[in-house]
Design a protein around this ligand. Sequence first.
Ligand code: NAP
Length: 257
Amino acid sequence: MTVEPWASQRLDGKLAVITGAGSGIGREVALFFAAAGAQVVASDIDGNAARETAALVGAAGHVVPADVSDRLSIERLADAAEAIAPIALWVNVAGVGAAASLCDVTPDLYDRVTRINMDGVFWGCAAAARRMIPRKGGAIINISSNAADQPIPTLSVYAMTKAAVNMLTRSLAAELGPHGIRVNGVAPGFTLTGMTAPDRLTDEERAALIARNAARSPLGAVGEPCDIAQAVLYLASDAGRFVTGQTLRVNGGVAMP
Ligand code: NAP
């Protein structure tokens, strides 16, 4: 056996760029990666939130604010990260939810969700790959969603972007594998973050939300950011060295496509 259990989930000496790292799943991925030995570039549209994440990470934390709906902002993020160290890992986490019935979807809402959730992932992959290809190695992880597997009324635009991310992951795995770059995804089910359970909810509303979503899972549970971060760490590390083109469903069994 050449891959040591546990040791294989270390990321020592690697620099990771994480978008959407200012809160929720992105922040947790940053903390997991740093605990595994990586240097972490915490990026978010909200610079203060990214700074808080970097402060939690400690000495291995760096901050580069970026707006993933802007391709040039992503390029500046990649350049700033490379000035610290070669980018070995890139995790596209930034995303926004949007619930609206088809006939209520405005052009503004459509543009915002597709530019952040889909275009942002595409150009993030491109920025990472352009820098990883000459070094013949790296790993990219795209955060998808259960919504790509399970049609939910009012989530058409969101689901469409996440389904596109799943196909992008597979396409790029085929294209970048010969360059030593693995591309995978993680599709969370309902996970407790500011996106799903904002602070403004009362205790009763929060409990009802959790109960409603837990009831959809054979495990009778909802996810926490650590559940998603653990899967991302596996895919980023040598433990996942033979895995590419996959989107790992971390959803409590709510969807089993
Ligand atoms: P979150 O706590 O809202 O985190 C998303 C982060 O992305 C926020 O810090 C947000 O900043 C940032 N962001 C928004 N627009 C951005 C932009 N244009 N450029 C850069 N950063 C931007 O939500 P989360 O639940 O952790 O979601 C993370 C990812 O998981 C998303 O892709 C989401 O679709 C996916 N996901 C979540 C769940 C779930 O149940 N939580 C389930 C399936 C998939 P602001 O707060 O300032 O907007």
